[in-house]
Design a protein around this ligand. Structure first.
Ligand SMILES: [Fe+2]
Ligand SMILES: [Fe+2]
Length: 406
């Protein structure tokens, strides 16, 4: 990925706060160009004179408030990452800006948190600017368009009183689609407690987000049917994706990470290797070169893809899902699922679970030859203090992996 210097602007009416940030982030000055403004108006003036990537704004300021400022920024510069800095007493302000803010940081701001949240936003932003990714995406002839059904689902889901029965009806109307969705739901990897017999029941049991992603999975894999992924049939990749998704969900469940986390990680698992489909089906010659590097030179997939394309399936897939409006945390997990160390998280995230689930599934499919967990980044796991978890997570994954596809 070409490194692009990131332009960040910090806005706060208190000079002391800005000075603190300036000092704290000095070590990052080679990667970021940092600008500072004392008021919303001054920030807007600066935004007119140069192109910026990220804005970090205080919420409570005299004159133009932080939420007003971020709303304007969202309108005028929709590509920018918007981060709000706020004190405890500013809940109302935050609520007013809720649609225009990507991330919140509380004041007083912990330097490591600020740094890592900027690094994270910038890494994704860099990807969207990367010429390699853009040029690969521009080569795609059959861009997997959003299926019509999916668009209708989104319309329904955006209604304040979205109804399960309407969603189920929309899915049922597309007979081929609903048959395939039901097939995935009932595959053993999905871990449903009993046979699910109707779309209505599936929606009820799995929830709207998961159903939406299943529809997308069926659509994308269906569009590339018969393709071959670096020498493997596409059905193998679907099988792999379902297993990773199933393992990831059960790990999240075991760690009691909550239902939203479980849903997101299930979705990330289903779609994490989407980029492979895109490369294999749209760039056949490149695909053949990559296959050769994998088979003859024993390179790992990401390295081989980088050598041939300058980017990887993880980045291409993440890029597309980002364009399609998937949440940042899911996009981030997909982009970095083979190199989680690039992200400076200090806690267990969707990325962590996806990375481990993918590695454990790959290892199991390797017939146990790769005893050192090859794909698993142990130094990343120990940075998070999670190296001991693997032992507990392994049997969970084995159970999923050893299921017969139903
Ligand atoms: Fe992958
Ligand atoms: Fe994978």
């Amino acid at each position: 990925m070409t490194e692009v210097k990131i332009n960040v602007i910090f806005v706060d009416d208190e000079p002391k706060v800005l000075d603190g940030i300036r000092r704290m982030l000095r070590p990052m000055r080679h990667e970021w160009t940092m600008h500072f403004a004392n008021s919303g108006q001054e920030a807007l003036n600066q935004l007119e004179s140069a192109e910026f990537d990220v804005i970090v704004s205080d919420m409570r300021m005299p004159g133009m408030s932080g939420s007003e400022l971020l709303n304007i920024v969202q309108e005028k510069y929709p590509h920018m990452v918007r981060i709000a800095l706020s004190g405890q007493a500013e809940k109302e302000q935050i609520l007013r800006a809720v649609g225009s803010v990507h991330q919140y940081l509380s004041k007083p701001c912990d330097p490591e948190r600020l740094k890592s949240s900027l690094v994270r936003s910038c890494a994704l932003r860099n990807l969207f600017k990367s010429e390699e990714v853009k040029s690969v995406v521009s080569l795609i002839k059959i861009l997997p368009s959003m299926p019509d059904l999916y668009t209708r689902l989104i319309d329904e889901l955006s209604l304040p009183d979205a109804q399960i029965k309407n969603v189920a009806r929309i899915i049922s109307q597309d007979v081929a689609m609903s048959a395939k969705v039901m097939q995935l739901v009932n595959s053993a990897f999905f871990g449903m407690p009993r046979h699910v017999s109707s779309p209505d029941e599936a929606v009820r049991l799995l929830g709207l987000d998961i159903i939406q992603s299943l529809v997308l999975t069926v659509h994308v894999f269906g569009q590339y049917e018969g393709e071959n992924i670096y020498g493997h049939p596409i059905s193998e990749l679907l099988d792999h994706s379902l297993k990773v998704s199933g393992c990831a969900k059960l790990i999240a469940k075991k760690e009691k990470l909550g239902s939203k986390f479980m849903d997101d990680v299930t979705i990330a698992g289903l779609l994490h290797d989407l980029g492979k489909l895109i490369i294999a089906s749209n760039m056949k010659e490149h695909g053949a070169d990559i296959k050769q590097l994998l088979n003859q030179d024993g390179m790992n997939t990401t390295d081989a893809e980088r050598q041939v394309l300058g980017t990887s399936h993880a980045e291409i897939g993440g890029y597309l899902l980002g364009l399609w409006g998937f949440p940042d945390s899911v996009v981030e997990a997909i982009v970095f699922h083979h190199e989680p160390n690039v992200m400076l998280h200090d806690e267990l995230t969707i990325l962590t679970v996806l990375h481990v689930a993918n590695a454990l599934v790959v290892k199991a499919m390797d017939n146990g030859q790769n005893v050192h967990y090859g794909e698993l980044d142990m130094s990343y796991m120990s940075t998070l203090g999670l190296e001991d978890k693997i032992e507990a997570w392994q049997p969970i994954c084995d159970e999923v992996i050893n299921q017969e596809a139903g």
